[in-house]
Write a protein that binds this ligand. Structure first.
Ligand SMILES: C[S@@+](CC[C@H](N)C(=O)[O-])C[C@H]1O[C@@H](n2cnc3c(N)ncnc32)[C@H](O)[C@@H]1O
Length: 253
């Protein structure tokens, strides 16, 4: 190899060494999460700026496009404070805060809260978020907010194995119990659920309130793939449309 081409090769290596950390240094990319890593920019568009995620974070973070949608939709609740009850690595909290809402972000796992706080700093919205390490079910009686956002664990990637995901499969408690706890804070509840969820059970949650709450159900797609289902209750249902009576409406986004 000539001196000139050696020099050129050194330059290329140096350039690659500079680029590598942005992709690989923040998270360990195991074969299990490779599939999610390939979609990293649809999870966090600013991934390369130092986003941190652990294995569960990779499986469970709300894709950014959907989190933006959730935040835009919460405005119908006359929102000032959003309680993000299962905040994870911050996918939703960041987008609520980006719209200027105050966010109470709760997660039972201290490492998730650390990562969410790091990720919120990258998006420049950490000042809008109060992070709490704790069990939402225990904390609920002391919480206040205009909108409650529920993105509970779906039980890992195996949720896809069933055709009909019933609400009793949600963690850490079944969907009915979770909804009742959330209602003690506000009836304006947004719930992000698996794409195979039993929609009729979700609709029935509105009957836990008297009079029954409005409910709107939305299918959420990213690049043509159905990623989840969002149920909007109370004033978050029917974006910009006042409804007098309880009814159900399903549409695709
Ligand atoms: C589906 S993930 C949330 C993902 C989040 N929306 C995001 O975009 O990053 C569910 C989270 O709930 C947390 N969790 C589980 N049980 C909890 C509890 N009892 N109270 C609060 N958080 C809990 C888990 O640690 C996990 O991070």
């Amino acid at each position: 190899m000539s001196r000139r081409s050696k020099k050129k090769r050194r330059k290329v290596l140096k350039h690659n060494a500079k680029r590598k950390p942005s992709d690989d240094s923040q998270s360990i990319i195991t074969p299990k999460i490779k599939k999610y890593w390939l979609q990293r920019y649809s999870l966090f568009s600013r991934y390369d700026e130092g986003i941190k995620m652990d294995e569960e974070g990779w499986f469970s973070v709300t894709p950014e496009e959907i989190a933006v949608r959730h935040a835009q939709r919460s405005v119908a609740g006359g929102v000032v404070v959003v309680v993000d009850c299962f905040a994870g690595v911050g996918g939703n909290s960041i987008q609520f805060a980006a719209l200027g809402y105050h966010v109470v972000a709760i997660d039972i796992d201290p490492k998730k809260v650390e990562m969410a706080s790091n990720n919120a700093k990258i998006y420049g919205v950490d000042n809008y978020i109060d992070f709490i390490v704790g069990d939402f079910l225990q904390l609920a009686p002391s919480l206040k907010g205009n909108v409650v956002f529920l993105s509970p664990p779906w039980g890992g990637p195996s949720y896809k194995m069933t055709d009909n995901f019933t609400l009793n499969l949600l963690k850490p408690v079944d969907g009915h119990t979770l909804f009742q706890v959330a209602q003690t804070i506000t009836p304006n509840i947004i719930m992000f659920l698996p794409r195979n969820v039993d929609v009729s059970q979700v609709e029935e949650l509105s009957w836990l309130s008297s009079p029954p709450l409005n409910v709107e159900i939305e299918e959420n797609y990213v690049q043509g793939f159905l990623k989840g289902i969002t149920a909007y209750f109370g004033k978050t249902a029917y974006w910009g449309v006042a409804q007098e009576t309880s009814s159900v409406h399903i549409h695709e986004v």
